[in-house]
Design a protein around this ligand. Structure first.
Ligand SMILES: Cc1ncc(COP(=O)(O)O)c(C=O)c1O
Length: 385
């Protein structure tokens, strides 16, 4: 049996897979079994924030693997201490603490729990089209029925508003609303982003109602959108920020940045996660943050994002391009999956979305001008053919 056959036989069939076996990666490229090289503008599912196998991450993790692979949060650890400090220092002043977990889903579950405890309230507002994860709590606040089939009852205290429409939030907010959770840019829905004023109005509304504002920055955070955090882009910070995806250079990790006022309400036992903040993962987060800061990758995201927007908007069959930095959705006259397949045949990996006409790209922030040009040439050709 080959690799494909083995996975198809032994792994639960929960994923639609690209017809690719990827066993190696370097920078913006991955390699298949034959050694063929693919330009990864899908970024390994938005995880390869600083590219595949970044040498600084490999070095830090290798060193840590030889020192201590794991000990939980019942003890202190140098890597965890340093990364907690580094993350808090990255965020604006109002943020004082961080909680470590393993994934975006867990980060969102944690933020929702902390919001409920802090406010003593129960209801949550989320947005149609949003994606926040697949466990019961995170799925309850996910605004797409596609992910909720055959799961029975989810949390009943969740209501959905429309991204960008503050009136739709005003209509459903009540004195019992604990949290508003917003996927900063709705990626899988087709890269939907609201006007900056919307996020400001949301914050005002949350404040008036004693409600906690949570930005799910699992995809948008740490430079991808042209700023370190999405809140800087729209001029309005939330009370909590959830992160995951590329935070640990490809290792599984999630984190919640918590503002001081909420942190003060948190007590021993309120939340826990065995593997969250483990030494190896923390060494990877430290190295990743170091690369982002030293190379000012948010600036690269902005520069190349603008270049891609500018060029792609002039390509044939393109109706529009949305998103920020290097999280972009290209709206096409034709089904995105057709263009995705054509690009794959030319050794370029891209993503689709829940909008059949939107092709999604989220390449590493470390891409070079040459790689951007290769992508643009291939996309232009695929759209012309
Ligand atoms: C915006 C957003 N939130 C949450 C999640 C869930 O993250 P994870 O798959 O790491 O649990 C995802 C995953 O794609 C996501 O894109």
């Amino acid at each position: 049996m080959n690799t494909t056959q083995m996975e198809n036989k032994y792994q639960l069939p929960t994923y639609h897979k690209f017809p690719l076996v990827i066993n190696k990666g370097k920078g913006a490229y991955v390699f298949d079994e034959k050694g063929d090289k693919y330009l990864d503008f899908y970024g390994g599912h938005a995880v390869a924030l600083i590219g595949h196998c970044h040498p600084k991450v490999v070095k830090a993790v290798t060193k840590q693997l030889n020192k201590l692979i794991f000990y939980s949060n019942v003890v202190y650890n140098d890597q965890r201490a340093q990364v907690a400090k580094a993350l808090v220092n990255l965020a604006p002043n109002a943020f004082s603490s961080v909680f470590f977990c393993n994934s975006g889903t867990e980060a969102n579950e944690t933020a929702l729990k902390l919001a409920k405890k802090y406010t003593g309230k129960d209801e949550v507002i989320s947005f149609e089209g949003s994606f926040h994860g697949r466990t019961v709590g995170a799925l309850s606040v996910t605004g797409s029925d596609k992910y909720k089939k055959n799961v029975g009852n989810l949390l009943s205290s969740v209501k959905f508003a429309k991204l960008g429409d503050i009136k739709s939030v005003e209509k459903i907010i009540t004195p019992n609303t604990a949290a508003i959770i917003v996927e900063a840019i709705q990626s899988i829905a087709g890269v939907n982003v609201a006007d900056p004023t919307f996020y400001k109005e949301l914050k005002k509304l949350a404040k008036t109602n004693g409600t906690v504002l949570i930005y799910d920055e699992v995809q948008t955070g740490l430079g991808r959108c042209g700023k370190m955090f999405f809140g800087e882009l729209v001029g309005c910070m939330p009370d909590m920020i959830t992160m995951a995806k590329g935070i640990a250079g490809g290792l599984p990790a999630g984190a919640v940045l918590v503002s001081e006022k909420i942190a003060k309400s948190v007590e021993n036992g309120d939340q826990g996660c065995t593997f969250g903040g483990g030494p190896v993962v923390c060494s990877a987060i430290l190295a990743t943050l170091d690369v982002i800061k030293k190379e000012k990758l948010w600036e690269k995201a902005e520069k190349y994002g603008n270049k891609l927007k500018d060029k792609i908007s002039q390509f044939p069959r393109v109706l529009g391009i949305c998103g920020e930095g290097l999280l972009l959705g290209i709206k096409l006259e034709v089904p995105a999956k057709n263009i995705q397949a054509k690009l794959l045949a030319k050794y370029v990996i891209t993503g689709t979305s829940d909008n059949p006409n939107v092709l999604r790209i989220m390449p590493p922030l470390t891409i070079t001008g040459k790689e951007v040009s290769i992508f643009l040439n291939e996309l232009n050709q695929a759209l012309k053919d």
